[in-house]
Design a protein around this ligand. Structure first.
Ligand SMILES: NC(=O)C1=CN([C@@H]2O[C@H](COP(=O)(O)OP(=O)(O)OC[C@H]3O[C@@H](n4cnc5c(N)ncnc54)[C@H](O)[C@@H]3O)[C@@H](O)[C@H]2O)C=CC1
Ligand SMILES: CCCCCC(=O)O
Length: 459
């Protein structure tokens, strides 16, 4: 049974519970989104943009409240929560400002004469299934473009995030969107599979989360011929090619790995370093990891708070224990803190080998793993030795060399001499088990539209 509750990971205390929807409520939610679609699809881009900018205004006006909610729901340090709210605002404003341009009719040349154009029409009700790690940002990547395209949305958030889910729906309605344009549901997985995805008025599903969840939802969607966009996990390589870049690479690696307590699909997870300066890199990184102190996530000076839940901590602990039991070395950290709440210290592991779970599985927590390789070719081979393909970052004092290596890594995104970042105008997505489809940028608004040909005879 799915329980929607605010369980503060800093203390383990259940602070608020929300009732899972009844089957009748689920049906009413889809009915409302479907009935609203007809009129909403006929609103102008200007009207949608006005409402969308108002959503962004309300996020800005309620910054402190929004930050406090997710700090309690999943332990995010308040400064990082501010960043998340602000990037969500930028996504809403980006699509408010650019949707009309991105979805403008396109005239097509016709060899045999006549006229033709493509128009980008909304398709109907979309289901969004979002995770707990960035409660506002993940929803913005889905709601921003699809509402601007004229679709209506039914949003099922993570069971850990019922309060942020509630406040987002309130904001969209207060901003002026029709009630049926954005409908939040506290649904169970079974209700999603049995009552939402099969509904003929639901035209697509966007899920961000684990590949396990993605596979389950995509299987149901496939059975009912519904398009999906999947933003799943990653085990992203971070390759260091020369000694000169090591100090910068150490700083970037620590920032990427320990932000959000390591709970980011695009975090640098596998640090791959040429053996000639491997010891130096590990020593410098050890110093950086030791400086990442756990703290009260409500305090502005805190760099890392608890993990999102006791379950997330236990999953990570099992993976790290398995690595250590099979011979890995924990230079820093390596076990949960002995106190109430989901507290796991910044951890540095070396000596990873293929028989360990940590070698092939995503470690969704504050654990940096460093691998030594003898050559650039070995670095590329190791980087690609994963079922995932989300982002890769490559670091060298010679950016052209880094780009050449980056071009050989099978991922949806490559970053040269910087951490894997995200922005409203940059497409985000992966290959292999990291999912398919793209969010953000001009690509994110064309995933759930009907690319419709209109042709006129030449007479
Ligand atoms: N790509 C990303 O941003 C994220 C990836 N993850 C990955 O997921 C792993 C585990 O995290 P979880 O909390 O288990 O995330 P999850 O993948 O179980 O949850 C993500 C969302 O999918 C929903 N969901 C899960 N199974 C479902 C099903 N059968 N039908 C319908 N909805 C379903 C959840 O309720 C939630 O809303 C992490 O270790 C990480 O690898 C988790 C969060 C975000
Ligand atoms: C704002 C950072 C992006 C995290 C992307 C993810 O975990 O899905």
């Amino acid at each position: 049974m799915t329980t929607y509750a605010v369980t503060n990971p800093a203390t383990g205390a259940v602070e608020k519970t929300y009732p899972t929807a009844t089957d009748e409520q689920i049906t009413e939610a889809v009915n409302l989104a479907a009935e609203t679609f007809t009129s909403y699809a006929n609103t102008s881009f200007e009207q949608r943009a006005q409402w969308m900018h108002r959503v962004a205004d309300l996020y800005e006006e309620r910054l402190d409240q929004l930050c406090s909610i997710i700090t309690r729901e999943m332990g995010k340090p308040v400064r990082q929560a501010e960043f998340e709210v602000k990037i969500s605002v930028s996504i809403y404003r980006y699509y408010a400002d650019h949707a009309a341009e991105f979805l403008a009719d396109e005239e097509l040349p016709v060899a045999r004469g006549g006229q033709a154009k493509v128009q980008y029409d909304p398709v109907g009700v979309l289901l969004g299934i979002m995770p707990w790690n960035f409660p506002y940002y993940q929803v913005a990547r889905f709601a921003g473009p699809n509402l601007m395209a004229g679709n209506t949305i039914v949003l099922k958030h993570a069971p850990q995030c019922p309060e942020s889910a509630e406040v987002m729906e309130q904001i969209f309605h207060e901003a002026g969107f029709p009630a049926g344009a954005y409908v939040n549901i506290y649904a169970s997985n079974e209700q999603i599979a049995e009552r939402v995805i099969p509904d003929p008025r639901v035209q697509g599903v966007s899920l961000t989360g684990s590949d396990r969840a993605g596979a389950a939802v995509a299987e149901t969607a496939g059975k009912h011929l519904k398009k999906v966009v999947l933003e799943l996990g990653g085990n992203d390589p971070f390759i260091v090619l020369d000694r000169e870049i090591v100090p910068q690479a150490v700083e970037l690696a620590a920032t990427s790995r320990f932000g959000n307590a390591g709970q980011a699909c695009n975090a640098a997870k596998r640090l791959i370093v040429l053996e000639e300066f491997y010891d130096d890199f590990v020593e410098q990184l050890k110093t950086a990891v030791e400086q990442v102190q756990l703290g009260d996530p409500t305090q502005p000076e805190t760099a890392m708070g608890p993990m999102s839940s006791q379950q997330a901590l236990e999953n990570l602990d099992a993976q790290v224990r398995d690595a250590i039991d099979h011979g890995a070395t924990a230079h820093v950290g390596g076990a949960p803190e002995d106190r109430e709440g989901a507290w796991y210290p910044a951890t540095l592991l070396t000596g990873l080998t293929p028989e360990m779970r940590a070698y092939s599985e995503e470690l969704f927590g504050p654990v940096a793993m460093v691998y030594s390789v003898a050559s650039e070719e070995e670095a590329i081979k190791l980087a690609n030795d994963t079922p995932y393909g989300l982002t890769a970052t490559v670091h060298s004092s010679d950016p052209a060399r880094a780009a050449e290596v980056g071009n050989q890594i099978h991922t949806g995104q490559v970053f040269i001499n910087e951490t894997s970042t995200t922005a409203a105008e940059l497409p985000f997505g992966g290959v292999k088990r990291s999912g398919f489809g793209r969010e953000l940028g001009p690509y994110g608004i064309k995933e759930f539209v009907n690319v419709r040909l209109v042709k006129y005879s030449k007479n």
